[in-house]
Design a protein around this ligand. Sequence first.
Ligand SMILES: *Cc1c(COP(=O)(O)O)cnc(C)c1O
Length: 361
Amino acid sequence: MIDYKLHIPGPVNVSSGAYQALKTPVMGHRSPDFVDLYNKCQPLLQKLFQTEDPVFLCTSSAWGAMEGAVRNLTKKKTLCCTCGAFSDKWIDVVQRCDKEVDALSVEWGKHIDPNALDEKLSSGEYDLVTLVHNETSCGMMNPLEDIMKVLAKYPDVLSVVDTVSSFSVVPIQKDLLGIDVLLTGSQKALALPPGLALLSVSERAFERAKTIKGRGYYFDFLEFLKNHEKGMTPSTPVIPLIHGLLYTLESIFEEGVENRFQRHEQLNNQVHQWIDSKGFELLPEKKFASKSLSCVKNNLEMDVAGFVKALREEKKLAIDGGYGKIKGKTFRISNMGNEDNQSIEFLLNQMDDIIHRFLPS
Ligand SMILES: *Cc1c(COP(=O)(O)O)cnc(C)c1O
């Protein structure tokens, strides 16, 4: 039994309203009721994605859509911008699709330098770039606008941008920035249970897909488009999560998108103040710090594992003790989803209560 609240950077805490929506009785996925549900979600999704392109609902975690983008869009060579665990993994995914790949790599926690990207792309070797907007493993948010300005110089190079932990946290203007595939998942910034990926695909990406062999079936963008035109998905989707999605979208617009952005910024600052007050530092440069989570450098040599365990067992709150190779050297606190001033203040107070036991005396 889960008796603690999630403040890890995904999956995050699901609201009772969203859980309630998940209980809506299942209907046939070729029925008018489903088409109605799909068509209700679509304009809200397009507004949130800031796009006129379709937004597809894909029953998989985000990696399904990420792998799908690779299978649909690259013929020559992919350039993966890597700056942490999720962006690193994309190299492996491209290789496993039997496609050619290079990396533009920076140290974990550092951002992708638009000039370095420009230099790489000027070789003319690449037809696809992958970018993780908000590198969740390091709490680092890439300078998306500047990166997209570079991509605009290379019309033959398509872009796939992963916004799994930043979507609906900060404004991301898909069409204006010229992003070809913008994708996210249900269980992080959208605060739904896992199992649904959302992706919006540009016209030129569809044109490219038409020329690519071996797109497979499950993630074929053209198959998605064909079904989308009927208000449907290619195969039976995770219908309860789509009910949850509609509920979440309506809540987002009820709060107001700008208010939601501001709330996240404010909560993120609240956590940063706590970090400063303890004498901790952020892993990334402050300018590139994520707005949806904080990745804290363990510069005080705290017993991170002990702290995380005590917080969960005694205070019933789960934070994360660091990802992959920076486990223990960092810890992460999420402010994604439905958190508010009170819930973040409560978390910070509870951490204050016990932290002294895990700091060197
Ligand atoms: C969590 C995460 C993923 C992976 O998502 P899955 O839903 O596990 O496939 C990919 N990218 C980023 C930035 C993430 O935070």
